[in-house]
Design a protein around this ligand. Structure first.
Ligand code: 5AD
Ligand code: SF4
Length: 470
């Protein structure tokens, strides 16, 4: 109830700001870093801003309000933020631009301290648990121009009913849970996003039904750890289930019934929680894409142990075999970290071995980045940067050769492609994606946009396939 009242209050602030901004045609610029969860948060931020009367611009020098939605999973985002903040100083002097920084990085004290000290012209700092209060924060700045910091270190509430401005009219993201309880030793997320909490299934189903009505064809369910959806929710144990939904698998099955939605994806599951009921749901629900993102992180049992991942190399491979046996046309993608503390040459070879065996459709590769406050950062046997980079290059080479080989398998096949729109590089052609998320470029009429059609794959080009209408 309290969260509902809070949203009512924020909507009143939206109206107040709208009144102040009336007829001023003010512009906002937003920069989003990091994962799809952050992108989904930014869609909500944009939703609030547009209701407050701000208009989007791609040019920050023209903006009256600049928002950075930050990520802190790896170090390079920090350099990017501080670089951008430096550039903004002049713009602010000229236009009086309001600068607001939010998101994961703002939950780290050493970062907010640095901003206060080196970039004192920042107006608003907000955290992951206070994003919904942006209308109030902006109102206060407009009223008295006193800078404010609104970050709290709690597990956070779930706020329903924020306005949203989606970036696509075809594909939509739906966050189903927030936070993470896993504390993988390299990862900062549990510290900045708090403990796991799941949205109520009713709210999720209503959102997806609304998206279906609006014509969306594909939805991606988001969470740091989607397959522990509802695990921590007490009301479920009391038997107050909604439409029989008490787990990730039952949620998937219910969403599969929603008319209009044709594709369902989800990121990211954790291998340790990949229960048989989820495998069965993927196999039996025709709308769930058969591409599963299954983060490996490392192929070495020893490194997995120090990473606190709670599975071994063999358990990962067994899970993959079980999934391949039960899910026809399964494809897999993964995340891998190279150069975690203590990773020996032999450990790295184990990672290459798993990659060779599984033959992933796509591998997102990361060089280990030490994060202040995580156990990984305190480990003594850190790997020199040079070795990390060399290993990264070796992994990249293997992955690219596998992708090239894998692409060959598509040539001559018929693929179901969701058509997304004109190709960026050649607007005369259309682009779309297969069930396995491969980009396909082809010649076709505009009427095909937002439809799933059959295409014959005629050639492959590393990062995309060429298709022809049958
Ligand atoms: N260094 C490098 N990569 C990381 N990831 C998470 N934390 C770190 C880190 N400290 C990667 C993991 C995760 C993905 C979202 O980011 O592979 O799955
Ligand atoms: Fe980070 Fe591990 Fe949680 Fe993923 S599961 S968000 S890697 S702690």
């Amino acid at each position: 109830m309290e969260t509902k009242q809070e949203i009512v209050k924020q909507k009143q602030y939206i109206e107040k700001v709208r009144e102040i901004n009336k007829e001023k045609q003010l512009k906002y610029y937003i920069l989003t870093m990091g994962c799809q969860l952050n992108e989904n948060d930014s869609e909500k931020i944009c939703g609030m801003l547009e209701e407050m009367g701000y208009i989007s611009t791609e040019d920050y020098t023209q903006a009256d309000l600049v928002i950075f939605n930050t990520c802190c999973v790896r170090e390079n985002a920090e350099d990017k933020l501080f670089g951008k903040l430096g550039e903004l100083k002049k713009v602010k002097e000229k236009r009086g631009t309001i600068i607001a920084i939010g998101g994961c990085m703002m939950q780290e004290k050493h970062i907010t301290d640095k901003i206060q000290e080196s970039y004192p012209y920042t107006d608003i700092i907000f955290g992951t648990h206070t994003m919904h209060k942006l209308p109030e924060d902006i109102y206060k700045i407009l009223e008295n121009r006193k800078k404010l910091q609104d970050v709290i270190d709690i597990d956070g509430e779930i706020y329903e009913g924020l306005p949203i401005k989606r970036t696509s009219e075809i594909k939509a993201s739906v966050t189903i849970m927030y936070g993470c309880n896993n504390f993988c030793s390299y990862c900062i997320v549990p510290y900045v996003r708090g403990r796991e909490r799941s949205r109520h299934p009713k709210d999720i189903l209503e959102e997806v039904e609304q998206l279906a009505k609006e014509g969306y064809k594909e939805i991606t369910l988001l969470g740091q750890n989607v397959n522990s959806y509802l695990r921590a929710e007490k009301w479920k144990e009391e038997g107050k289930e909604y439409k029989g939904i008490n787990s990730f698998a039952t949620l998937l099955k219910e969403i599969n019934k929603i008319d209009g939605i044709e594709r369902i994806r989800f990121v990211s599951p954790h291998p340790k929680d990949f229960t048989d009921d989820v495998i069965d749901a993927i196999a039996s629900c025709e709308k769930i894409c058969k591409l599963v993102h299954l983060p490996l992180q490392s192929g070495s049992t020893q490194v997995l142990k120090t990473m606190n991942r709670k599975y071994t190399k063999e358990q990962y491979l067994e899970l993959v075999e079980k999934m391949k046996a039960k899910i026809p046309n399964l494809t897999l993608s993964t995340d891998i970290i190279v150069g975690f503390a203590g990773e020996t040459e032999e450990d790295f070879e184990d990672t290459l071995d798993v990659v060779r065996k599984v033959c992933f459709e796509q591998v997102y590769m990361f060089i280990y980045s030490r994060r202040v406050g995580t156990p990984g950062d305190k480990m003594e046997n850190q790997i020199p940067e040079e070795i990390k980079h060399k290993r990264f290059d070796r992994l990249k080479q293997l992955v690219e050769s596998q992708i090239a080989e894998n692409n060959q398998k598509y040539v001559g096949t018929i693929q179901k492609v969701l058509v997304e729109g004109p190709s960026k590089n050649n607007p005369k052609l259309l682009t779309g994606r297969t069930d396995s998320n491969k980009v396909v470029i082809f010649e076709g009429e505009q009427e095909l946009i937002n439809k799933i059609i059959d295409l014959k794959i005629v050639s492959e080009h590393m990062w995309y396939l060429k298709g022809e209408r049958k």
